[in-house]
Ligand binder design. Structure first.
Ligand SMILES: Cc1cc2nc3c(=O)[nH]c(=O)nc-3n(C[C@H](O)[C@H](O)[C@H](O)COP(=O)(O)OP(=O)(O)OC[C@H]3O[C@@H](n4cnc5c(N)ncnc54)[C@H](O)[C@@H]3O)c2cc1C
Length: 403
């Protein structure tokens, strides 16, 4: 096992987005910094973000886009600062309806720019070094499976449990427990759902706009139905609640509103006026334009109406059933597709144990936590990378101010 006598000011566990940002900010301020990373490259996860395009932030920002067991009022809006930071290292931006991407449309641009800056600043990076323990006497000793690193401060930026093939471990949670911090429940979030409801066999392949509700959480957007589950933006955004319920084996059903632009009464009126306009049309023709074609067929079938029924034959009960199935279509789901398919981890190191003005553990001076390892998860739209940046920036300012 290697050990040199260098004593770093800060050793950062994990060279993901938050760890790289922190390292750059500290090194620019003249601190001696190192990064330890279990992968053979830095920022591997960044390459997969935003379907390979890296949606790194969003013009709409605020605690309301995030979940945690703690109150997130402290969270500053750093999206402009993050964009400036990336621009400064060469990442030019492209904005699409408030969502920011690199102008190259390549996530690799973001990773490469961060790596170039790390090289320019001569930051020591220990790749293929899986951290196994962190201990403290006067200073910290960070043990990897290859070396021991001495450091005055340590920042854990080891991420969550999602997409393990991109690099993940439980080290952050283990060290939190070792240093007497609490963990909240961990569950996959921003993930597709599994189900074996018969309706999925029929809806498989359909992409339809609508609102998805799970218990009292609703989100709107394009829903993607597969033969064995559901995904798409609104499903991903509420999936964390299903992930958490799965832990207690109490997953409820999903309700889909295929006509979210009208309330129940408006839809009833719309149906009645359509049926009155031409009462010799068959039901499926009469509903054209109200929802996706396949959705119409399934809603009609689930309302126990034959597809060739003339609308003049429908009664109030049929109309009520149609409204019910268009607006409250119930799908039985079994759970999420799991951590490996998820983009982020819900839950983590409890914020109660962290000084949120510095990101330092209240229980251990000099030990910091940033990024996804903490109990903060954002919805789709650049919020998780923004949190990684925000927490890194808070820690950087605190560490720099202290020296
Ligand atoms: C497919 C996918 C798409 C995504 N798309 C987006 C998106 O478009 N926008 C967005 O905002 N967010 C997106 N996310 C989420 C985002 O990537 C993460 O929230 C963010 O990268 C978290 O940053 P982090 O630095 O906290 O953790 P990570 O980026 O996960 O970095 C942690 C690093 O620590 C290393 N590590 C772990 N354990 C150890 C150990 N024991 N020793 C040494 N190193 C260790 C890991 O290998 C990793 O490199 C996506 C995630 C995935 C999986």
């Amino acid at each position: 096992m290697e050990q040199d006598n260098k004593i770093y000011d800060v050793c950062i566990v994990g060279a993901g987005f938050s760890g790289l940002v922190l390292a750059i900010k500290l090194a620019r301020a003249g601190l001696l910094v190192c990064l330890t990373e279990l992968n053979r490259v830095v920022g591997r996860r960044i390459l997969s973000t935003g379907n390979g395009r890296c949606n790194y932030t969003n013009r709409r920002m605020g605690p309301e886009y995030y979940y945690s067991n703690s109150i997130l009022d402290f969270m500053p809006d750093k999206q402009c600062e993050l964009r400036d930071f990336l621009r400064e290292i060469g990442v030019l931006e492209r904005e699409l309806d408030g969502y920011f991407y690199p102008i190259t449309n390549q996530a690799k641009t973001v990773r490469d720019a961060l790596e170039n800056e790390i090289e320019t600043l001569n930051i020591d990076v220990f790749l293929d070094n899986r951290v196994t323990d962190i201990s403290k006497t006067d200073i910290f000793t960070v043990t990897t499976h290859r070396r021991k690193i001495l450091s005055k401060k340590v920042c854990i930026a080891s991420g969550g449990l999602s997409a393990a093939t991109l690099g993940s471990s439980k080290i952050g949670y283990k060290m939190a427990s070792k240093y007497h911090l609490k963990l909240t429940k961990l569950a996959p979030a921003l993930v597709g759902l599994s189900g074996n409801d018969i309706c999925l066999k029929e809806l498989g392949g359909v992409r339809a706009l609508g609102a998805v509700t799970y218990r009292n959480h609703t989100c709107e957007g394009e829903i993607q139905f597969n033969k064995d589950g559901v995904s798409g933006y609104p499903v991903m955004c509420i999936s964390r609640f299903i992930g958490l319920d799965e832990l207690d084996k109490k997953v409820a059903s999903l309700s889909v509103d295929f006509v979210s632009f009208m309330n129940d009464q408006e839809l009833e009126n719309e149906l009645k006026s359509r049926f009155a306009r031409n009462n010799n049309l068959d039901i499926t023709k009469s509903l054209v334009g109200l929802a996706n074609e396949k959705v119409i067929q399934i809603v009609v079938s689930y309302s126990r109406i034959y597809p060739d029924t003339l609308v003049c034959k429908l009664d109030d009960e049929d109309i009520k059933n149609l409204v019910q199935n268009f607006k409250h279509f119930s799908i039985n789901i079994t759970g999420t597709k799991g951590f490996d398919s998820s983009q982020v981890t819900a839950g983590g190191v409890d914020l109660d144990g962290i000084d949120l003005t510095t990101m330092e553990a209240k229980t251990e001076k000099g030990l910091f936590f940033i990024g996804e390892v903490l109990d903060v998860d954002g919805i789709c739209g650049g919020y998780n990378l923004t949190w990684a940046y925000t927490s890194a920036d808070i820690a950087a300012n605190a560490i720099i101010n202290e020296v």
